[in-house]
Structure formats: C-alpha cells, structure tokens
Design a protein around this ligand. Structure first.
Ligand code: PLP
Length: 396
C-alpha cells in the first residue's frame, strides 16, 4: 500500500521536534549537530531569537494580503536587496524552483520584445540543479530528473562543466547571437560543490556581452552569505543580468527572489507574471531581518573566517582518513568532502555519531552549517566527522 505521504523522498527514520542554533533534538531525545541546515536554508541556525521575534511580531499583525495591494515588507526587502547587489528590481517567490521559471520567462520575454521571438536557446551546464518544475528540469537536463516527464520544454542545452582551455573554448563557441540566456550556479550544490572559477565566470560575462545573451546566476544555494560574500559571484568580480535567490534568504521561512537589472527585466510589465503567496508579509518581514544580519560586512567576514577554520580541519581529516575522504571542496561555509565510499553511507554513519550532513552528486558529502556556527561547534563537528570516518574504516 502506498504511504499516506507520497514516497518521493529517501527519508531517514529520524524525526526532529526542536532546534536551537546548530543543534537539533529528535523525538527520542537524541541531539544532533546540524551541518546540513535544511540544505542551506537555516542560514542563521534554528530558532534565531531575532527571527523568532520578527516572525511572531508580524504574525500578530498581518499574514497575507494579495499582490493587488502595496506590501511594505516586500518593498523594504526589495530595497535592501537592490542596495546590496547589482540589481535594480526584485520579484518575490516561495521557492527556488519558481525563481527558475521567472528567470527563463524574463530572458525569453526580453528577446521577444527586442524583436527576436526566435531567440529562445538557453545554455545550461551538466551537473546543474535549478529545481523540479518542468522548466527547471529541462534546464538541468539530468536523466534522473527528466526521465518519464517529457516532452520537455524546448530550447535547452547542457554543456560540459569546463575542465580545460579546450572546454572553455567550446563554451565560448556554444554561446552565439542566437542564444537567449546562459544559466549557471557559480558553485554547483547538488552537483557536488563544484566551483566555477573566476576565469570561467568572466568568460561567460564577456561572451554574453559580445552576443547580447543574458547571464543568469542561480545563487539559490551558494548565495546569501554562504561563501563569505553576500553572493558568490562577487568573488569573481562579474555580475549577472538576472539572479535567482531562495533557500537561505528566508532563514527557514519559504521565500525566494529573482533579482534583475532594469534592462533585463524590461519585458516584465504589469500582468506578465504573478504569484498568490510570493512576497507575503510574513516571508518578507523575516527575509528583511535575515538580509540585514547577513549583509553586514562584519558578519560576512566572520563567515569567511569560520569557513577557513573549518576547511583547515577538514584538510586534516582528509589526511587522517585517506580511505574515507579524498579532498575538500568549496568556499566559505559551502564545503564538500569528496568521499571514497558512497556519500549516503557516510551520511548514515554520521547519524550514529550525532552529526547531520547531506549527500551530493560526484561522490561528495556536503557541509552547509549555519553561517553563525560558533567556533566550538566547528571543532565539535570535526570531532564527530573524525568519529564517523573511524567507524567506516573499522567496518571496511
Ligand atoms: C534548491 C535549489 C533550487 C530549487 O529550490 P526549491 O526551493 O527546492 O524549489 C534551485 N537551484 C539551486 C541551485 C538549488 O540549490
């Protein structure tokens, strides 16, 4: 018999009932150190006092009004985001997937309005993840996500993630004056914490400028302070035309945003797009508080420092457990451990050691702690990962 909850997830038999900072308590009373953060969602940890206060205060005032009215909390968050980024304008969604939909629509509408309705081609990359809508799975194109769900939305190609000069030249050649947009995660999350290096992102920006192609950065996972900058692309010194944001921006409340330049967004006039819940007062009040905290340069400097500290510990872990871990990947507090065993087995062994991690593709174990994780808990995480590795070695 089918379970009452549609069985689309491979769930662990652990149910959490309470969280505080980087810790989660399960029904059976066991405490776990959370290095997954709901997959980069709980950016400020669980039950952050300022977020609890903001949410409960807003909950007592107003939950929802339609987007046919002006929503001050939305305007405030949009202003914070435009002040702190390349963007001139923001549309709010409830999830990352919805930001993919709008990014695709916005790019196509831009060329349509410019008199090029034929210009629909969108270049994406292998290993990408942009969400689960039919548009987002067409963009990422992985067999696992698209099989059985066709026909897919036309116009997408997936290029090889470049590993050489020849690959870079191929990427250049595949972006032409017929391309509508390029969509890329500056650091692939689900794909296994794969960073696009600065030269690659610069090449994309340059080629998009040469051909009139719009550049879309999917910063749903790598954005909102995760790398030690507010957005990961800032390290490379290039900006996109359109950017997708979600996960961390709500700190646990469902919230997403599409940020864009005035030019890229020019086709999205009244009536061309909308959402019932997107940008509701609850989500935007919390999002503004999260953004205020994370966009503070002193906070971001701390993320970078903590990231370096954790990375150093992970390098020692790799050196000490060569049959379990191969290498460290990532930036800031978006870190990955390339594993020798299946990462799902490492995640499972971690449960026994009281630590929560997340598996990704390319045999990588993801570590996405709260951005404000205390140093003592970074040390505790390293101890628990060490214990996890030792258990796996003994079992081998
Ligand atoms: C999680 C994720 C998405 C999809 O977000 P949902 O909120 O699950 O719809 C899109 N892009 C990236 C890079 C993600 O990590």
């Amino acid at each position: 018999m089918i379970p009452s909850v549609l069985p689309t997830y491979n769930r662990a038999p652990i149910a959490f009932i309470r969280g505080e900072g980087s810790w989660l308590w399960a029904e059976d009373g066991r405490r776990y150190l959370d290095l997954g953060s709901g997959i980069a969602v709980n950016a400020l940890g669980h039950a952050h006092p300022a977020l609890v206060a903001t949410l409960t205060e807003q909950a007592g005032k107003l939950w929802h009004v339609s987007n046919v009215y002006t929503i001050p909390e939305q305007e405030r968050l949009a202003q914070l985001l435009t002040e702190n980024t390349f963007a001139d304008t923001v549309f709010f969604t409830n999830s990352g997937t919805e930001t993919a939909e709008l990014a695709i629509k916005m790019a196509r509408k831009f060329h349509y309005d410019a008199g090029h309705p034929e210009r629909i081609g969108i270049v994406a990359f292998e290993g990408a993840f942009h969400g689960r809508s039919t548009g987002a799975i067409a963009a990422a194109g992985s067999e696992k996500m698209v099989k059985g769900f066709g026909p897919l939305m036309p116009g997408f190609v997936q290029l090889k993630w470049p590993a050489s000069e020849a690959d870079l030249a191929a990427v250049r050649a595949d972006i032409t004056d017929q391309t509508c947009a390029v969509i890329i995660e500056p650091i692939q999350g689900e794909g296994g914490i794969r960073s696009a290096d600065d030269a690659f992102l610069k090449l994309l920006r340059q080629r998009c400028d040469e051909t009139g192609t719009l550049l879309i950065f999917d910063e749903v996972q790598c954005g909102m302070g995760r790398t030690g900058r507010l957005f990961a692309h800032e390290w490379a010194g290039v900006t996109p035309d359109i950017m997708m944001v979600a996960k961390g921006i709500g700190g646990g409340f469902p919230l997403g945003a599409v940020l864009a330049t005035e030019r890229a967004a020019s086709g999205m006039t009244a009536g061309t797009h909308g959402s019932t819940y997107g940008g509701n007062p609850l989500g935007c009040a919390v999002g503004a508080k999260v953004t205020e905290i994370i966009a503070d340069p002193a906070f971001l400097a701390e993320v970078a420092r903590k990231g370096a500290l954790m990375r150093q510990g992970l390098e020692s872990l790799v050196a000490g457990h060569p049959t379990v871990f191969e290498a460290v990947r990532g930036e800031g507090l978006m870190l990955g451990l390339k594993c020798k065993p299946a990462p799902a087995d490492v995640v499972k062994a971690g449960y026994d050691a009281g630590i929560l991690t997340v598996a990704a593709a390319d045999n990588v174990l993801r570590l996405l702690p709260a951005l404000n994780i205390p140093d003592a808990e970074i040390a505790e995480a390293l101890t628990r990962l060490d214990r996890t590795a030792t258990t796996l070695e003994q079992a081998a």
